[in-house]
Each structure stands twice: as structure tokens, then as C-alpha cells.
Design a protein around this ligand. Structure first.
Ligand code: COA
Length: 331
């Protein structure tokens, strides 16, 4: 797959979550629901949300510092920073704010939007720069604060989402530790999960009318998104495994976007991967969108579960609709 001989390895990870916790019981005072319903349908028990004084950039900065520390790399060593997010502090992008706060003076920085697939899409994007020899050291952050956009009166969605950030440091290496990947989009199903722009006409003069507006709240057709995930995710992992030329038995860990425990169970069942190999921490954080994969990875690495050389099959999926899988060796 990689013709240049240049490759990459993930050599550090880090994560950050806000202090404020919303439990399922807290949600019962907002909407008609119960801890029992939420935990049996989703596996989620609590989620973290940013307070009035916190921001996406702060969380992303903290996760980045932890990842750089593990990688033993200074911000000045970085060539590129990619921030995968759908909830930037600034619509023009928040990656540059993180570049400045880290003091990564040599790095170019940009945001990448692919919703809950953002981390996997970001990993593959970073790999292209590294395999062509353009950049040697990349900081990839997945961070989202969907609490800003959740409709807290909609029991179908407010139970699912939480805020968080996760980061990895990638370094050019040979042989390549990114063994295979596959990405997909289907814009014709985009209406099943949206956070749309809504405008009002603003009359500037008798001849000129422009539109001004803001974003609505998250809308989701839960049943369709569920069907999409359990159908498409096993397939794309199989395709990425084929590209990596490895079998499902050689996978040490299945690291899925942490959307819903039932989705994790259905995908692992279909792939015949035992639950002991499935990384899951969504009971504490809910669905943190682009942050969920690096957040779960960081916890698994720091707890000693994931060890250097372990083969990880990861997959992101969500709004767009977008989905993608990557097979890599840790460390
Ligand atoms: N508490 C109690 N009841 C609820 C509820 C809640 N939080 N949310 C929905 N319900 C009710 C519905 O109103 C419905 O009641 P009705 O039968 O009287 O109409 C019933 O529970 C079943 O609703 P349904 O939407 O069929 O539930 P579900 O089993 O599909 O579960 C989700 C809903 C959202 C948990 C599930 O569809 C899901 O996880 N989808 C994927 C979402 C996802 O992962 N999105 C992000 C992808 S990145």
C-alpha cells in the first residue's frame, strides 16, 4: 500500500475531560427518562461537560501536552497540528489557537471536520504528509464539546453526548506502523445526523439582502444511525484488515468510536472479536465525537492494557455520514 518506504508510528497519547459530571439520574430532572433506560440502551452512565469558563481549545491543549510528554517531544519539534473537531471555539478554526498556546512555532495547524470519524480521517490525512516525507512529526487531536449544541429537551439525543479531548503524536518511522485503512462518505444520508445552519434575511439596503444566522441544535434519527453503524462498520474494518494483509485473529484490540455499547457489541460479534479485546470507556464519558477514540486509547495505554507492538483495529463513524477504519501497531 505504501510505496515510498516512509511510514509513521504513534509514539504518545494524552487526553483531557472536563470536571463537571452529568449522571443519568441528573438527566431525569431534564427529560422523561431513567438510568435504567439509558444504561440498557446505550451503556452510558455519565458524561462530562465543559463549564462556562472552559473551552474546546483548553481541553485540546491539555490532551496535547500529555501526548507530547509521553512522546518526549517538545512543541517546537512539531511540523503539523491537525485538530479534528466539529465544535471549534472559532468557526475559522481552533488549531491555530492550540499551536500558539503550545508554542509550536514551526508547525502549520488546521482544523479537520469529519464529525465522529474525525480522528480516523485525521490519522489518515497525517499519514499522507508523513509518507511523502513532507512532515516528520505530527500532533493529531480529536476534541469536541457537543454539549454546546445538544438539545437538552430531546431525550433521544441529550443522553448520548459528552465533551472531551484526546491527542496522539505521530513520528516518521520505517517500517510503517499504520498497516491499512479505508475511508467512506455518504452525503445522501446526511439528514440522519445534522447540526445545521439556519439563517434569517437581513436587509442591508433596499437593493441588498444578506443572510445572518446561527447553528441549530443536534438532530438525529437514532434508528437509522444505529442501522448504518452496525452494517457499515464491520465491513469497513474487514476492508482495512484486507489492506493491512492481516486476519481478524491477529487483532489485539478493537477500538471503536464510543457511540453506544450496543453498537460496540454488535460490531465485535459480527467480526467474531471477543469482548475481552474490545476497548470501551463510554460508560463514563458518553459519545465524545472526535475525542472518543484517542480518549479510550489513552486510558488503555496508561492502564497498561495496550502494550507496544499490539495491533489495534480502530473505526470512526457518524455524521456526514462518514466512516473509516485504520489498522495500526501501537508504539
Ligand atoms: N428515555 C426513555 N425513553 C426514551 C428515550 C430516553 N432517553 N429516548 C427515546 N425513548 C423512547 C422513545 O420515545 C420510544 O418510545 P415509544 O415506543 O413510546 O415511541 C422508545 O423509547 C423507543 O425509542 P427508539 O428510538 O426506538 O429507541 P432505540 O432502541 O432506537 O434507542 C438510541 C435510541 C438513540 C439509543 C439508539 O437509536 C441509538 O443508539 N442510535 C445510534 C445513535 C448514535 O450512536 N449516534 C451517534 C453516532 S456517531
Amino acid at each position: 500500500m505504501n510505496q515510498t518506504g516512509l511510514g509513521l508510528a504513534i509514539i504518545g497519547c494524552g487526553s483531557a475531560t472536563p470536571q463537571e459530571v452529568i449522571t443519568n439520574d441528573h438527566l431525569t430532572s431534564l427529560v422523561d427518562t431513567s438510568d435504567e433506560w439509558i444504561s440498557t440502551r446505550t451503556g452510558i452512565r455519565s458524561r462530562r461537560v465543559i463549564s462556562e469558563t472552559e473551552s474546546l481549545s483548553q481541553l485540546a491543549h491539555q490532551a496535547a501536552i500529555a501526548a507530547l510528554d509521553m512522546a518526549k517531544i517538545t512543541p517546537a519539534d512539531l511540523d503539523l497540528i491537525i485538530l479534528a473537531t466539529s465544535t471549534p471555539d472559532d468557526l475559522f478554526g481552533s488549531a491555530n489557537q492550540i499551536q500558539a498556546s503550545l508554542g509550536a512555532t514551526h508547525a502549520v495547524a488546521f482544523d479537520l471536520t469529519a464529525a465522529c470519524s474525525g480522528f480516523v480521517f485525521g490519522l489518515v490525512t497525517a499519514a499522507q504528509f508523513m509518507r511523502t516525507g513532507v512532515y516528520r512529526r505530527v500532533l493529531l487531536i480529536g476534541a469536541d464539546v457537543l454539549s454546546r449544541w445538544v438539545d437538552w429537551s430531546d431525550r433521544g439525543t441529550c443522553i448520548l453526548f459528552g465533551d472531551g479531548a484526546g491527542a496522539v503524536v505521530l513520528e516518521q518511522r520505517s517500517p510503517d506502523q499504520l498497516l491499512g485503512f479505508e475511508l467512506r462518505s455518504n452525503g445522501s444520508q446526511r439528514q440522519d445526523l445534522t447540526l445545521g445552519y439556519q439563517s434569517q434575511p437581513q436587509i442591508l439596503s433596499p437593493e441588498i439582502t444578506v443572510q445572518q444566522g446561527g447553528y441549530t441544535k443536534i438532530f438525529m434519527n437514532g434508528k437509522e444511525v444505529y442501522k448504518f453503524a452496525v452494517q457499515q462498520v464491520p465491513e469497513i474494518i474487514e476492508k482495512a484488515l484486507f489492506r493491512a494483509n492481516i486476519t481478524v485473529d491477529q487483532v489485539d484490540w478493537l477500538l471503536l468510536h464510543q457511540a453506544n455499547q450496543r453498537i460496540l457489541d454488535a460490531v465485535s460479534d459480527r467480526l467474531k472479536i471477543p469482548s475481552s479485546k474490545v476497548l470501551s470507556n463510554l460508560r463514563h464519558y458518553g459519545n465524545t465525537s472526535a475525542a472518543s477514540i484517542p480518549l479510550a486509547l489513552d486510558e488503555a495505554v496508561r492502564s497498561g492494557k495496550v502494550k507496544p507492538g499490539d495491533v489495534i483495529a480502530t473505526a470512526g463513524f457518524g455524521a456526514g455520514l462518514t466512516w473509516g477504519a485504520a489498522i495500526f501497531k501501537w508504539g
